[in-house]
Structures are given as structure tokens and as C-alpha cells.
Design a protein around this ligand. Structure first.
Ligand code: CU
Length: 343
């Protein structure tokens, strides 16, 4: 209500400002116009692998009223960009350059807009809805790929699928060869691309609990499996939810110039652990690498260009996790979090 009144009071000023602009003004006019719109949003990408769109109070933008907004965009990296798109909007900064600029964009009622880094759309992205639209249910995306010699199924974060919770998925299949195909089989599912054609298709599938195989029908070597687990009933959710006071089990994460590790309190490398809220002590002793933990709904990392000693309290839910340095593919490990059986 208040913002509506404010907008009505400001409208004549905005019209005046836009009118004056049309006749040309110094560069500072762009900033003044942003101030007049009173709710400039802030889009930032970089310097690390992060992209954000926030309000002035620092909260993330997930929903907006329809209207025209000023967005101050800061592209602080020459390896990433900020690309905003949706109905009537398509604006971007350069991937291989840095830029600070102000965009004026109109977001339409009932639409969803997204922002991403075009170089890393898999994990540097976000979206928000405008007006009366209800946020759509989150349907996780998986990326399937088959080439003449490899086949893979990965999460949007780039992690190979080992186990998944049951549910609806969007599987984007990239069959880039005329020699192989991508064939997914499991409970109630039997989908495939054609062998003798390349294809990029999206399958919307419900994955029920059980064992799944994906393979090429032309090569026995191109074959992998994953497991879909039933979602635990609410009663079986982590005990941590009912006993928040007890500190969770401790893990030690460590990255140096040439090594990365995640170990338990006994110093043993973590490969399979029970779901819980863990206290992870992170020791990043190098300015050349970082420690990045990625898993179901989680992407937590230290900065590449800084050392850090910090503790993360993280609820690890069942699934497969990867920890890595974003600067060196060899510094990479993975582990599985298993569900706790109902008491
Ligand atoms: Cu990027």
C-alpha cells in the first residue's frame, strides 16, 4: 500500500526525469533516475563464482511487484557475466569484460525472470517471479549426455548422479553422436533417443524408487546406473530438527595448494555418512584454491583468492556430494549421505 502511494507521489518526478533525459543530460542522470525509481535492485557477478540479485536491504530478489525497475549491475569479473532475461527483457554484460551499469527494465505481471552467468549457467543462476504468479514447484534438472565414447547423467551442479530422491525431474538429453544413443530404463520408465541421429531433448519424468540404468544400445561399455530412493516420511526427518541444541558431528575440510580432503574426527576420509547437521571446520590455507562443497540444495565455498578458517553448520540430506577446488579439477572428492531409518 505504502509503496503504491509513494509511487503515485513520485510519478510526476519520474515522468519529468524521463522527459529531461530524452533531451540529453550528463552521464550522472542515469544514477538520478535510479534514485527516482526508489527501489534500485542490485545485480552483482564476481569476482568469484557468485551471482546475486538483491534489494537495497541486501535480501535476495525472489518475487517482485510488476513495474519498471532500475537495476545497478556490477560485473566484477572478466570470466563471468550477468544476463537478465524473461518476457520483454534481455540484457547482459560481457563475459570477457567487467562493467558497472544501470538498466531500466519492466517486469510483467505473471512472468518469471531469470539471471545467470552465460559461462556457467549450471550453477551461477537465479530466478524470480513477478506479480500474481505462484512460484512453480521446483523440478530439478538433470543433464544427460552421450558422445561416441562417453555417457553421463549429472545434476545441474555438475555432480554425477548416484542416488536421487524420488520425484519429478527434467532431464535435458544431449545426444551428440550418430553412433550411440541415450537410453534410460527404470521403474515405469523406458525412454531413448535414436541411435542414428543427434538430439537435444528434454524429458519430464517422474522417477519412482528403484534402480535405473542409462546406456547406449550400441555399446555395452557405455552403461551406468543410479538409484532413486523413496522420500522419508516426515517422521523420519533429521533428529537434529528436534534437538537443535546438540552440536552435530564434526568434520574437517582442508584444502592446500595441491591437496583437498574431508575427514571425520578420527581423521578418516569421509565416503559415506548418515544424514545429520554437521559442523564442518574448513581450513583453506591457500590463495590459489578454494573449498567448494556441492550437493542436494547446497553450494558452499570459500573464496579462491583468500585463505580461510571457518566453521559451517550444514544439514546434509541424503544424496551424493562433491567437494572440490574451483581452480583445479584434480582437487576433487565425493561422498554419499545416507538417510537415517525411522526411529
Ligand atoms: Cu561464470
Amino acid at each position: 500500500m505504502e509503496s503504491g502511494i509513494l509511487a503515485r507521489r513520485l510519478l510526476p518526478l519520474i515522468v519529468l526525469a524521463v522527459g529531461v533525459l530524452a533531451f540529453g543530460l550528463p552521464a550522472s542522470a542515469g544514477i538520478q533516475r535510479a534514485d527516482l525509481l526508489t527501489t534500485p535492485l542490485h545485480g552483482v557477478v564476481g569476482p568469484g563464482s557468485t551471482i546475486t540479485l538483491t534489494r537495497q536491504d541486501g535480501t535476495s530478489v525472489t518475487h517482485l511487484d510488476p513495474g519498471t525497475y532500475a537495476i545497478v549491475v556490477e560485473d566484477k569479473s572478466d570470466a563471468h557475466n550477468f544476463h537478465l532475461s524473461g518476457a520483454g527483457v534481455d540484457q547482459q554484460t560481457p563475459v570477457d569484460g567487467m562493467l558497472t551499469t544501470t538498466w531500466e527494465v519492466t517486469f510483467q505481471d505473471g512472468k518469471t525472470y531469470k539471471f545467470q552467468c552465460d559461462a556457467h549457467p549450471g550453477f551461477m543462476r537465479g530466478s524470480f517471479t513477478v506479480g500474481t504468479v505462484q512460484p512453480p514447484p521446483v523440478v530439478p534438472r538433470l543433464n544427460a549426455r552421450v558422445t561416441s565414447r562417453t555417457i553421463s547423467l549429472k545434476t545441474a551442479g555438475g555432480v554425477r548422479v548416484g542416488t536421487l530422491p524420488e520425484g519429478n525431474y527434467r532431464i535435458v538429453v544431449n545426444d551428440v553422436t550418430k553412433a550411440q544413443n541415450f537410453h534410460l530404463k527404470g521403474p515405469g520408465v523406458n525412454r531413448k533417443t535414436r541411435v542414428r541421429a543427434k538430439a537435444t531433448v528434454t524429458w519430464k519424468l517422474r522417477l519412482d524408487p528403484g534402480k535405473f540404468v542409462y546406456r547406449s544400445d550400441q555399446s555395452t561399455r557405455l552403461r551406468r546406473t543410479f538409484t532413486v530412493k523413496s522420500t522419508p516420511p516426515p517422521a523420519a526427518l533429521p533428529a537434529a530438527a528436534t534437538a537443535p541444541q546438540s552440536p552435530g558431528p564434526r568434520l574437517n575440510a582442508r584444502v592446500t595448494l595441491r591437496t583437498i580432503s574431508l575427514t571425520n574426527a578420527a581423521g578418516v576420509r569421509v565416503s559415506s555418512i548418515r544424514q545429520s547437521t554437521y559442523m564442518i571446520t574448513v581450513s583453506d590455507s591457500t590463495r590459489a584454491q578454494n573449498f567448494h562443497l556441492i550437493g542436494p540444495g547446497i553450494s558452499r565455498k570459500t573464496r579462491v583468492a583468500a585463505t580461510a578458517m571457518t566453521t559451517w553448520s550444514i544439514a546434509l540430506t541424503p544424496g551424493r556430494y562433491v567437494y572440490r577446488s574451483d581452480r583445479n579439477r584434480k582437487l576433487r572428492g565425493s561422498f554419499t549421505v545416507t538417510s537415517v531409518p525411522p526411529a
